[in-house]
Design a protein around this ligand. Structure first.
Ligand SMILES: Nc1ncnc2c1ncn2[C@@H]1O[C@H](COP(=O)(O)OP(=O)(O)OP(=O)(O)O)[C@@H](O)[C@H]1O
Ligand SMILES: [Mg+2]
Length: 362
């Protein structure tokens, strides 16, 4: 496989750096359609951060979190060397060799102490706050949690996410102690966050979308795409970075872009058709805020048909159940800021049109 290097994201990088250079004030939610390059952007930025910043990057993707034990194990990086009681000294000693950490360092004995406590969240937050206070004498902590929706519904004496949000508000708005970035590709989660009264005026949102036409074209120029290949790429996959990288690699293997893009579309169309067929024949269900709902095949089809002639529709043009179902199936993406619903990608737009028999010719 050919090495495709990180490309562009100048405006998103500037937006994030503008936040980082200021005193921490708000929680920043980074959102966007699936595979738009959110994690890639964050990882790239982490490597470029000036020395006075220390990033803590916690990725919940693929983590199976059902209780505090699981969550604490993801959030912390347990340090097994010796018994340490003074958090201040510990934080100071850690600063020397802190690079990017995939968790907040904690000595094993203190971790075990938190574990034994009844109200674990209180102690866990108290420790992190102490650690950040000590650290911030020399560095600015930057806490980044990727895929936070993984614990969106986790209940331990109430929803954990609310406790976390409260803590994040404390770290930012109240103490100005650490920058907090929350990344998510789950647009239903972002929609819920957006409607959350406790976060009003306490957070901001940053969309990381697929590349636009000019960026896509310039990106593909680097890898020797001619005009025709670029048009094919744009028509089939738009500016979705992951799909563009796939096409670049296929071109390197001397495959025809048309054939590869065509088979990507056939595959996605088949998946959408199968999904619809199953709902039609077997029925479908979805749980929204703990309540189970029946998914209507007719309404799903109606929702998908709204994209016959346009790329985006208003938030209220689709019933809530179909919307939630199609977002969960990664067909649609909801943007609460613009109040628009659009397919997760150009490929999804074409595939759902094919599936609906409303194909628009090239
Ligand atoms: N700026 C970029 N330059 C080059 N390649 C990129 C860029 N952004 C993303 N990619 C490619 O797209 C792939 C997917 O990106 P990434 O995992 O960051 O998306 P994501 O938005 O975090 O996805 P998810 O919605 O699944 O969380 C990367 O592995 C990389 O190959
Ligand atoms: Mg990601």
């Amino acid at each position: 496989m050919m090495e495709v290097t990180f490309y562009d994201r100048q405006s998103e990088t500037k937006d994030i750096m503008d936040i980082i250079y200021m005193k921490p004030r708000l929680i920043t939610f980074i959102y966007g359609p699936i595979n738009s390059g959110k994690t890639e952007l964050i990882n790239h930025l982490i490597k470029e951060l000036p020395e006075e910043y220390t990033p803590f990057y916690v990725n919940l993707r693929g983590r199976f979190i059902t209780d505090y034990e699981d969550f604490l194990n993801v959030l912390f990086e347990i340090d097994e060397k010796g018994v340490i009681d003074n958090v201040g000294e510990y934080a100071q000693s850690m600063i020397k060799d802190l690079k990017t950490l995939s968790g907040i360092p904690i000595p094993l004995n203190l971790f075990e102490q938190i574990f034994e406590k009844k109200d674990k969240s209180k102690d866990m937050f108290r420790y992190i706050e102490r650690f950040f206070v000590e650290m911030s004498k020399k560095r600015v902590p930057v806490l980044i949690i990727d895929e936070l929706q993984v614990i969106g519904d986790l209940k331990i004496d109430g929803l954990l996410i609310y406790k976390l949000f409260n803590f994040f508000v404390r770290l930012t708005k109240e103490l100005h102690l650490a920058h907090v970035f929350v990344v998510s590709s789950d647009s239903l989660f972002i929609e819920r966050v957006y409607a959350e009264a406790m976060l009003e005026e306490r957070c901001k949102y940053l969309l990381v979308d697929d590349f636009d036409y000019e960026t896509t074209s310039a990106f593909l120029n680097h890898y020797g795409f001619d005009m025709h290949e670029k048009e094919i790429a744009w028509h089939y996959v738009g500016g979705k970075p992951v799909s563009l990288v796939r096409l670049i690699n296929e071109k390197v293997s001397e495959k025809k872009i048309e054939d590869v893009a065509g088979s990507m579309l056939t595959l996605r169309t088949g998946e959408i058709e199968t999904m619809l067929k199953r709902v039609n024949e077997l029925g479908g269900e979805i749980i929204i805020e703990d309540i189970k709902y029946h998914v209507s095949y007719e309404k799903l089809v109606e929702a998908l048909k709204s994209f016959a002639a346009c790329d985006a529709i208003g938030m209220n043009e689709v019933d809530e159940i179909s919307k939630a179902f199609l977002v969960k199936k990664n067909v649609l993406f909801v943007d609460p800021l613009t109040k628009l619903i659009k397919p997760q990608s150009q490929l999804n737009l074409l595939a759902l049109r094919e599936a609906m028999g409303t194909r628009v010719e090239l």
